[in-house]
Design a protein around this ligand. Structure first.
Ligand SMILES: Nc1ncnc2c1ncn2[C@@H]1O[C@H](COP(=O)(O)OP(=O)(O)O)[C@@H](O)[C@H]1O
Ligand SMILES: [Mg+2]
Length: 571
C-alpha cells in the first residue's frame, strides 16, 4: 500500500499536532479504509510509543508494528466483569474484549494522569501514547463532549504527550460545537483521483492474475471518472459487485450503484434525467437563453476560463407549481451531459447533524463536479434573515448554503426553484451567488401545443385518433401548467381505455377537460404578479423584455377569447 505515504490529511494531522494546536484530533470520514490508513500511518505508529484503538462495538485493541507487519491484540483493562450479560455473551462468542464505553474513558483518563505524573521518566522521541476512538455512541454525546473538552484544555494530556484521535462520520452527533473548537478537526475527502486510479489498477491486476479479463487503460480512465465522489470502501464494493453480478466493470451498473450509495447519505439523491431540451415543450426563449448563458460556457469551459470568463454557477428558477422547473433542470443536466443531484431532507433528528450532513453533501458534490445540485423550494431554507420563525439550526443551514453559493472554489452548478422569490433573503440572490434568475411562467399557446406533443409522442406514445386536434386543445387549455397538461393526456387516455378503444379520440379529451376549472381573473393576476417579480429580480433586462412580449401576446389572446365567449353567451 505505497499510496499511504504522503496522504494530505495525514500530513495535516501531523503538522497541526506538532504545532501543539490540541492533543485531540477529530477525523471526519465515513470510510473504513481511512481508519485503516490512519492506524497504519507513520504519524500514529512511528510517532507514538503505544497505540490503542477503542471501538464501541469491536472493543479495545493494542495496535502493534513488528518489522513492517502491523497487527492488533485485544487489550484487557479488568473491567470485563462490569459488562452487561448480553454484552459478555456477544464478546465471549466473538472472543472480543468487550469494554463498555465509560469504562474505556475512565481507563484512558487514568492512564493519561499516570503518565503525566511520571513525565520525564519515559525517554522517547515523539509522543507517548495514541488513543484512537471510533464508533462513539450518539447517546454518549454529552458525557463524551465533557470528557473531550476537559482533555483538550487540561495540562495533563500535554505533559503525558498523548494524542487522542476521534474518528467519526458526523462530528455534531458526538461532540458539542464549543468543544470542537478546542480540537484539531480534519475533514477527509472521499477519494482523490490518484487513489481511485491506484485502487482500480490494483483490482484489475488482481483480476488479470486470476486469468479474468481486466479493463483496458481506456476503460480504467472512464472508471476513475465515473466513481468520483465515492469513498475508497464504497469504490471497492461497487467494483467487486459489478464484477460479481455483471462479470465486468459495467459503467451503467456502477453509476446506478453510486447513486444508491449517495441516496443512503440521505442528503442528496441522484436524479436520473432521460430527456434533454427535446422533451421541454415550448419555452424557446428560455431554452435559447440558457443555452447561451449556461450551456455554451460550460461545454466550452476551457476556452471560457482561458478568457477569464466566469462560468455561471447559481441559477434560480421561479414560478408557480407545475410549470416545469424540475423538468427543465433535468433537461439541462442532460444537455450538459452531467449528473444531477437533488438536495433531500436535511433536517435531522440529531442536534447539529443537519450541518454535517450538508457539509458532507457539498464535499460529495465538489468531488463529483461538474454536476448540478438541485434545491427545490429553496424558500424553505433561504427565507429573509432574522425572521422570528427562524430556528437556530435553520439559520446555520442558510448560512452554510450562502457560503457554498458564494464560494469561488465551487466547481458545480446549483439550480434553485421557488414560487415565492419575494420571500428570499436578498443576500441569497446577490450576484456571485445566484447569477441567473429566470421566471418560468404558465406555458403560452405554442408551449401548450408542444407540451401536448411531448406527452403524446416523446415521453409517452399515445395513439391519437385522427380527429384529435392538438391546436384546439391548446386553445382550450389556457392557464394550464405543464403538469396539468400531462395530467390531461393521462385522463383522456384513461377515458379511452374505459371504452376499450385502441386510440384516444377528441371526445376523451373533452371529457377530461371537464375536470379542470380555471378562474381567468385570478390566473391573469398571477401572471402579472410574476411578471412584476421578473422585473424586480431579473439579472438580464433584454431577456425579461422577451418574456414580457411572450406574455403580452398571451394576455391579449386571453382578452380576445374571453370577449368572444362573452359575445357568444350574451343574447
Ligand atoms: N415544458 C414542458 N414540457 C413537457 N413537460 C412538461 C413541461 N412543463 C411541465 N411538464 C410536465 O409537468 C410535470 C411537472 O413539472 P415540474 O417540473 O415538476 O414542475 P415544477 O417543478 O415547476 O413544479 C413534469 O414532470 C413534466 O412531465
Ligand atoms: Mg418541482
Amino acid at each position: 500500500m505505497s499510496y499511504l505515504k504522503n496522504l494530505y490529511w495525514l500530513k495535516q494531522i501531523e503538522v497541526r499536532r506538532q504545532c501543539n494546536e490540541s492533543c485531540v484530533v477529530v477525523v471526519v470520514t465515513n470510510d473504513r479504509k481511512r481508519l485503516v490508513q490512519l492506524l497504519k500511518s507513520d504519524f500514529v505508529l512511528r510517532k507514538h510509543r503505544e497505540v490503542f484503538w477503542y471501538d464501541t462495538v469491536m472493543g479495545l485493541w493494542r495496535i502493534k508494528c513488528d518489522g513492517g507487519r502491523i497487527y492488533r491484540e485485544p487489550h484487557y483493562i479488568g473491567s470485563a466483569q462490569q459488562q452487561s450479560p448480553i454484552a459478555s455473551l456477544i464478546s465471549r462468542q466473538q472472543g472480543l474484549p468487550r469494554v463498555p464505553f465509560d469504562a474505556f474513558v475512565n481507563w484512558m483518563i487514568s492512564e493519561i494522569f499516570t503518565l503525566a505524573n511520571a513525565r520525564g521518566s519515559e525517554q522517547f522521541e515523539g509522543y507517548s501514547r495514541c488513543f484512537v476512538i471510533t464508533n462513539v455512541p450518539p447517546s454518549a454525546r454529552e458525557y463524551f463532549s465533557m470528557t473531550i473538552n476537559a482533555l483538550a484544555t487540561a495540562d495533563e494530556p500535554y505533559l503525558a504527550r498523548v494524542t487522542i484521535v476521534v474518528v467519526t462520520d458526523c462530528i455534531e452527533k458526538i461532540l458539542d460545537p464549543s468543544v470542537v473548537e478546542n480540537c484539531i478537526v480534519v475533514d477527509v475527502e472521499p477519494s482523490t483521483e490518484e487513489e481511485r486510479r491506484k485502487l482500480i489498477t490494483e483490482i484489475s491486476n488482481f483480476l488479470a492474475k486470476k486469468g479474468l479479463k481486466a479493463p483496458s487503460n481506456e476503460e480504467i480512465k472512464v472508471l476513475i471518472d465515473i466513481t468520483r465522489g465515492l469513498n475508497l470502501h464504497d469504490l471497492e464494493t461497487v467494483l467487486l459487485e459489478s464484477f460479481v453480478l455483471k462479470k465486468r466493470f459495467d459503467t451503467d451498473f456502477i453509476v446506478q450503484a453510486k447513486a444508491s450509495i449517495f441516496a443512503k447519505s440521505e442528503v442528496i439523491e441522484f436524479v436520473q434525467s432521460k430527456y434533454g431540451f427535446e422533451a421541454v415543450g415550448g419555452y424557446d426563449y428560455l431554452k435559447e437563453y440558457i443555452k447561451n448563458t449556461v450551456i455554451e460556457p460550460w461545454r466550452n469551459r476551457e476556452l471560457a476560463m482561458e478568457l477569464g470568463l466566469e462560468l455561471p454557477r447559481g441559477i434560480l428558477l421561479f414560478g408557480i407549481q407545475g410549470t416545469g422547473k424540475t423538468w427543465f433542470t433535468k433537461a439541462l443536466a442532460r444537455e450538459l451531459g452531467i449528473p444531477m443531484f437533488k438536495l433531500g431532507e436535511i433536517r435531522s433528528r440529531w442536534y447539529g447533524e443537519t450541518e454535517s450532513r450538508l457539509r458532507r453533501a457539498f464535499k460529495i458534490l465538489r468531488a463529483s463536479a461538474p454536476c448540478i445540485l438541485f434545491i427545490d423550494e429553496v424558500d424553505q431554507i433561504a427565507t429573509a434573515r432574522g425572521s422570528p420563525q427562524e430556528h437556530e439550526v435553520d439559520r446555520r443551514v442558510k448560512n452554510m448554503l450562502l457560503e457554498e453559493l458564494g464560494d469561488a472554489e465551487r466547481n458545480y452548478i446549483i439550480v434553485c426553484t421557488t414560487n415565492r422569490p419575494e420571500d428570499l433573503d436578498p443576500a441569497f440572490i446577490r450576484r456571485g451567488r445566484i447569477d441567473i434568475i429566470v421566471p418560468v411562467l404558465h406555458p403560452d399557446f405554442e408551449a401548450r401545443k408542444q407540451i401536448l406533443r411531448v406527452h403524446t409522442s416523446v415521453v409517452r406514445r399515445v395513439p391519437l385518433a385522427e380527429d384529435v386536434d392538438l391546436d384546439l386543445i391548446a386553445e382550450k387549455t389556457m392557464f394550464f401548467t405543464g403538469a396539468e397538461l400531462e395530467a390531461l393526456v393521462k385522463m383522456a387516455t384513461q377515458e379511452a381505455f374505459k371504452e376499450r378503444k385502441r386510440r384516444v379520440y377528441m371526445k376523451h379529451f373533452e371529457i377530461a377537460l371537464q375536470n379542470f376549472h380555471k378562474d381567468i381573473g385570478r390566473e391573469v393576476q398571477t401572471i402579472q404578479h410574476y411578471l412584476e417579480l421578473a422585473d424586480r429580480f431579473s439579472t438580464d433586462r433584454r431577456f425579461i423584455e422577451q418574456v414580457r412580449r411572450v406574455y403580452e401576446r398571451e394576455l391579449s389572446r386571453v382578452r380576445e377569447v374571453t370577449e368572444y365567449s362573452r359575445l357568444e353567451v350574451s343574447p
